[in-house]
Write a new protein. Sequence first.
Lengths: 631, 139
Amino acid sequence: MKLPVYAKVDLTTGRWERFEISQEYFKKYIGGKCLAARLLLDLTEPGLGPLDERAVIIVNTGPLNGTGAPSSSRFNLSFKNVLTGGIASSNCGGQFGVMLKRAGFDGLIITGRAAEPSVLEALDGEIRIRPAPELWGLDAEKTQERFPEWYGKLVIGPAGENGLLYASAISGERVAGRCGSGAVLGSKKLKALVAYGSKRPEIYDREAFDRFILKWIRFIKRHPMTGQSLPRYGSAGLVNKANATNALPTKNFQRGHFDEADAVSGETLTETRLIRNSGCVSCPIRCERRVPVDGRELKGPEYETLGFFGPNIEAADMDTVLRMNWLCDIYGVDTISFASSLAFAMELKERGMADFGLEFGRTDKLEDILLKVVNREGIYSDIADGTKRMAAKYGGEDFAINSKGLELASYEPRRSVGMGLGYAVANRGGCHLNGGYLALLESVGVLSMDALTPKGKAQFTAFMQDALEAVSSAGCCLFSAQTFVPGVFFKLGPNSPVTKLVGKVMPHMGPMVALLLNITPAIAFNSLLLLPHAEALRRATGLRMFTGQFLDLGERSYNLERLYNLREGLTAKDDSLPKRLTRDLQDPSDSRTRVPLEKMLPVYYNVRGWDAAGRPTRRKLRRLGMEEASK
Amino acid sequence: MAHRILENCIGCGACARACPVHAIEGAAKARHEINVRRCIDCGVCGMSCPVGAVQDASGKACARVPLKERKAPVIDVELCSACQICVTFCAAKALAISEPRFRGDVEAHCVLARPDKCVGCGVCEAECPLHAIRMEARG
């Protein structure tokens, strides 16, 4: 069994050393965000600020990264969340991870602060830090152009340099968007990381692995979601779906429906702008949209970006969205947190609480304001700090749409209450993916589990969170898990009696799902229909890895991140949502159109094996084999 | 092991331009050097060298092979998933993903778009997870 090799780099001294992951850690934590959470707990002292010189940022891969497994170019960044003070993990599909592995490193553990803007080069098994003041100030695109085209690159834009709390890191045209990874790298004066090497990742049983990959990719290609819907419309295809179920955040989450939303829908994007679809390297799904921006063919927007630069600011101008998407990427700005902060600023103006020159429905000043925010000019510096800090200064906590400080994604939780629970408990803050993405089962997918009942939501959330954590830790894209919803439902359609019946039954399946999570040792088999990643991991690493162990991996990851948050001072009180979502009814005539967090949270803690204060119990940690992690 | 460039190298750079893993460096008209950590022993440097200055890993001198006589990839388009791994690792930029036939076309596969650029290194064949690429003699 080949154990992962990391490089531990101190930017202050410019020194680095090889850091081998022990067999015990590899078996328990595998890689990606799970292993990174464990390393952050081990290697950082409690209470350190996210931008402190001694703060650690881990850039790492999972065992499946770069192996040829489908959608396996996703690498991970874990660090102390700049917006929440808890943990952050941010996932990116650029080529940096694949090339890092070929350079001979499974991950980088970076601490310290360089004296001047620097570049970290990971080339052929060696690390070099070199000053590169000439790159400071360049946007992400121009920065990357300064390196050989074949390198894997991870860079920050001016937003990271200027410490926007939600600055992103960029690899190619892919973005590690959320939680402020760009601000952390900027605080370390690390403008760019580049990697290159030619060593193919070792596979335990290459022949058996390749045989399985063939079956898996065929399965993905034949599945209606990953073989048709995602390639055809990308994630953008969710705009019209969410709008139809009143789950499309509109006007800073005041409503869930926008009459003009179709103008910024995936269908419109495909019909009027799409040049071609494309994808991250190794991905057969190919959900990327290639679109024209300023006469060039560039990456198109994801669903969240369409929603936030569209309906959530009460606008529906596709060209504005395309352009803002590109500008945010090259400046290194998270589109979700930035655009959500804009919507909050617009509502502050509407209520006469603050005036940033922003109004709902107006898009003409957005570019100008983006630049001011990136440069932290005057009052615009407040927008660079996100909604939680803006609300602390100007008021409006009830409608500052964040959880723990991280802005929510583009799913209105009052029409997807399980998603609401997920946003509230997610370790990294208001994130749909870390939150278990129940919106897929409640409001934007083919199945329609009653979106307004709290019943069964806690159990499904825990299950989905564990599954998604494990997929990320393995090194694959979460979209590769979308085959989990059986293709037959897509063929029958959302309105067929069978699909509807399953939707009706699902809320009652909570106890079954909870039971499943407690009998994981008994799930000693793998199936394409469940989580194929487990079988790929088994064949790639030689580890005993079945669906049950795979779910355990996810649960370990989730609990480690929770332990990190608790250590850094977050408590059950932070598992919350703004009152607009928990108190105010989206539809005044329907008392169920709010997030009944108070009903779901205790059940969730119980399902998780946490105490009433949301702390993992000793028993739970013992079961996961990581009792010592809480010390 | 790795390939090696001998003293009779004339520094023309043909090997460096052809190397699929960018393992060869050297100033113009000076002896070039192969980065042994990076070399994958594909032999393209030897096939490209006009003066026979390249030795393979076993110490045997490599013979020059004109492009036309080198193998080139044949792609099984039924098997190909358009995952772009081969395109990414094709340093010669000979491979590409097929153009959409209409707006919104989701069918795609890899194509040998610029056969004249292909150096015959076989990296695409080795990297393809589906074994959808075979290196064959050029027709």
